[in-house]
Design a protein around this ligand. Sequence first.
Ligand code: IPM
Ligand code: MG
Length: 366
Amino acid sequence: MDMVVVVLPGDGIGPEVVAQGVKVLVTVAEKFGHALKTTQADIGGLAIDKHGTPLPETTLNLCQGSSAVLLGAVGGPKWDDPSAQFRPEDGLLQLRKGLGLFANLRPVKVFPAMADSSTLKPEVLDGVDLMVVRELTGGIYFGKPKRRWETNRGRRAVDTLAYTEREIERILRVGFELARGRRKHLTSVDKANVLETSRLWRQIANELAEEYTDVTLDHLYVDNCAMQLVLRPSHFDVLVSENMFGDILSDEAAILSGSLGLLSSASLARIPSTEGRRRRRTMGLYEPVHGSAPDIAGTGKANPIATILSVALMLRYSFNLHKEAGLVEQAVASVIEAGYRTADIAVDGQKPVNTTQMGQAILEAL
Ligand code: IPM
Ligand code: MG
């Protein structure tokens, strides 16, 4: 298998965690005889400083010519001025849009050895294994008009939540397909009691359910869903939602696993099929869900696990390397089992390891 991967370290702790992810990728490629070619490029605040834009043409072109992108994180206080022309985050949003990555997958699992380190009771966390499927290139993030202006009664701003049938259908299909390969339970999240886009969403979900008769579909309002996620999280299998709901719910779901430092993500340009027939490659962007954490950048405190698990998702979804993906996930689980903890997941009495030591432990387990 030829693997062409673009590496975008970005800002803050991005470069530190990505370095560990790349080592894992290199090790897997060597071990299983896959030809790996990685190229590094700029994005985010770093790209604003170097090129005057958060997503340089060269970066986008390079990504378009590859089959997978590994990204660290973007943003930081240096670029936080609300009146600035560009923000580092714009680079990420433009990249998602530019690569057509409409499907964002965020799996959440609880490592048994860590059930005690959560802020939630261990019995609530028992059996938690869910996947948030977030629509990523539409909704309120991208709808037009989106602007800010002066009126004679003060400043005004508008964002627009808009969806087409096609956009809704394809993301719901991702949810149904993934549920089909798991516990066959899909929860569609909306705000159909208030929003017109949500009513369309719910209607299309019900129509598709007639095609996916093996999957049980239920609907939850997003506010109720936020509550159920901490009340009885093990009830969920696959959740599917519009862009901003998914953004919020996935941060919430992340704390189930103990830390945002553990949550990986895949953003895909195509509906993954559970039938395993597909041999074509799927363009994907893989990134930890956590941000650039500027407060700990350079301290060695960053947890590389979210990035390493994102590498596993890359192997699975972009390259169809299911065995390799599973081995990376097992290596992470065994290192946690063995008691290795970075600062974000260490509890009383546990001596934390640094970013590189955690990466090294996982490499050795591989
Ligand atoms: C995420 C992040 C991004 C988002 C930001 C950095 C633009 O919060 O990937 O969840 O809102 O999509
Ligand atoms: Mg977010």
